[in-house]
Each structure stands twice: as structure tokens, then as C-alpha cells.
Ligand binder design. Structure first.
Ligand SMILES: [Mg+2]
Length: 315
């Protein structure tokens, strides 16, 4: 189901949520944004990365097995994306998500034992599960080699959405402070002897910031970004830190009721902030994206709307 921009804005105007424009400045005073698939064209970059991963796996495991593992890796990633792109709350995860999460929990058992959450976007884990399903041995060498190719290509292929630059220019013109809240990439390390992953939050965070270097092109600085390590989305611990980082940066309390949270996942980017007192949310559904879940965006909280472009919020 694709929500067109027209339908979405009409849904907002007809009582679900609020029509943002043209009274933008009076409606919100602060902005918190997700990064991947909101500012950055991550989905496209991931396709390029997956192709590089496929080539590495084929070179090591042969065309048949390597290709099968690459397909399973893509399937795992797509299952997570589908899960997080649904619009509105969902009643329980579907079967695929449950199975995937169960295997993630298994491979990340040492991460959990060390007191961390399961890193839900860990490509290392998606690949380990793919290798396992294809009947291949999971080793650090295979994982490292394929994922090095993957991340190098993702970083190289990551470009900004064309509305991102003008959006931040407009926010600066309006004097509206902003802060970015990005999830962890869940970079983990495989230990061959215990056959499981370990996690180093600082290294993981540094890797993520490295991948987001192109944000500098539109004037985003490192201090404008909170990264989901060690606590990640959708935990309150993460979003409390986001609000805290934001206030520390601007040296003032933010008016939560007049803050808007923007993201491509209602449950991961917006809902936790609403629960922490943020008054407004905007789910970004870019044209051509299939948003899964309740068609009329039922389940979206009060003050939450759907956008197809960032500029709809400020023009
Ligand atoms: Mg996102």
C-alpha cells in the first residue's frame, strides 16, 4: 500500500494529526530527525553494498552457494525493513520477524550477556544467519571479507536526498534548532572459538559516524548527531540521550510539546519520543515506497502526520 502525498495530507487535515504548513513556525520550535532513508538515500546504497557482498561471497563460496547466501542475507535485511516501515502500530510481529529475531538473539547471546540490547540492524548477524541457513560454516574470515566489501560500497554509494540541503537551509532561516537521531549499524565482531558475536559500542559508533561523513556537505556537524550505541532505537534510554544531547548542544531546554520528530519508521523514530512528551511526529513515506500496515495510518498518535518530502513541513 502506497500512501500518496495527497491522501496523507488530506488525512492529516481531516482530523488525524495536524496540517503543518503554512503555519510551520508557530507549530513547532525544534526538530529531531532520523538519518537513514530520511536524509540519506540508504536504501539505494544498500542495494549497491549487497551487490558487492554477493561478489565477495561468490568469489569465496562459488556461484551457487555464494549466490544463495547473498539472497538469504537480502531477505533478512528486507524482513527488518518491512517490519520497521509499517505505518502505525502493529499487533505483534509477523512470523518472519519472530524467526529472524530469535536467531539474532542466539548469535548475539554474548552481546546480551554483556548487558546490551540485541543490535537489530547488525549486518554481521544477518550474514551469519544466511550462512547458517545455507548450511555453510560461519567464520570471522568469511564475515569480515564480505562485510568489508559491503560497507565500503554502502559508504561510497550513500548520497543525500535532494530536499535535505534545502530543508536545513530553511530551518536555519526560520531559526528552528534541529538534532539528528540515528540508529546503530550494529557492527559486531565474530569470535570463532565461542561461535558468537561481541560488541564494542565506541568502535561501532565511530564506524557509523564514518559512514555519515557526507552530512558535512549540508552543514551537519558531528555534535548534531546522536548515534544508537550502546543504547539504540527504539529504547527510551536512547531517546532520553537524544533529548539531552540536543539540549546540551543548544544550551537551553527544548519545548517538547512544540518539537516534531521525523522518521521513516513510526515505531522506531517517532513513537518513543511522543511517549517522552514530544508533541508532534511526521512519518516520511517517499514516493514509490510501499508503506505497510494500516492504510489510513490508524494507530498514529495525536499530532502525527505523513509526509512525502521534508519540504512539505517548511514550505
Ligand atoms: Mg530510517
Amino acid at each position: 500500500m502506497t500512501l500518496s502525498s495527497h491522501q496523507s495530507i488530506e488525512a492529516i487535515r481531516s482530523g488525524r494529526g495536524t496540517a503543518y504548513s503554512p503555519m510551520v513556525a508557530s507549530l513547532f520550535s525544534h526538530v529531531i530527525l532520523d538519518v537513514d532513508d530520511v536524509i540519506l538515500r540508504t536504501q539505494e546504497a544498500i542495494q549497491a553494498g549487497t551487490q558487492a557482498l554477493r561478489e565477495a561471497l561468490v568469489a569465496r563460496l562459488g556461484p551457487s552457494v555464494g549466490g544463495r547466501v547473498a539472497d538469504l542475507f537480502s531477505e533478512n535485511h528486507a524482513t527488518m525493513v518491512r517490519h520497521f516501515r509499517r505505518v502505525g502500530s502493529s499487533t505483534g510481529a509477523d512470523q518472519d520477524v519472530r524467526q529472524l529475531k530469535e536467531r539474532m538473539q542466539y548469535w548475539q547471546r554474548s552481546v546480551v550477556k554483556a548487558g546490551f540490547e540485541v543490535k537489530q540492524w547488525s549486518r554481521d548477524t544477518f550474514l551469519a544467519i544466511a550462512l547458517e541457513r545455507a548450511g555453510c560454516e560461519v567464520t570471522a574470515v568469511v564475515l569480515d571479507e564480505a562485510l568489508r566489501c559491503y560497507w565500503t560500497e554502502v559508504a561510497a554509494a550513500s548520497v543525500l536526498y535532494p530536499d535535505a540541503g534545502p530543508f536545513f537551509v530553511r530551518l536555519r532561516e526560520l531559526g528552528i534548532p534541529y538534532h539528528l537521531a540515528t540508529g546503530s549499524d550494529g557492527t559486531l565482531y565474530f569470535d570463532d572459538s565461542s561461535r558468537g558475536f561481541t560488541y564494542d559500542p565506541e568502535r561501532c559508533r565511530a564506524r557509523k559516524l564514518g559512514r555519515l561523513k557526507c552530512l558535512a556537505e549540508i552543514g551537519i556537524r558531528e555534535e548534531d548527531v546522536s548515534v544508537g550505541d550502546p543504547h539504540g532505537k527504539p529504547s527510551f534510554a536512547f531517546f532520553e540521550r537524544v533529548l539531552n544531547d540536543f539540549e546540551t548542544k543548544i544550551g537551553a531546554k527544548i519545548d517538547r510539546a512544540r518539537t516534531v520528530a521525523i522518521g521513516d519508521s513510526y515505531t522506531d523514530d517517532i513513537e518513543p519520543l511522543l511517549r517522552l512528551g514530544v508533541g508532534r511526529g511526521a512519518v516520511l513515506v517517499r514516493p514509490g515506497w510501499a508503506a505497510t500496515g494500516p492504510a489510513e495510518a490508524k494507530g498514529l498518535g495525536q499530532g502525527v502526520g505523513v509526509l512525502s518530502s521534508l519540504m512539505e513541513l517548511v514550505s
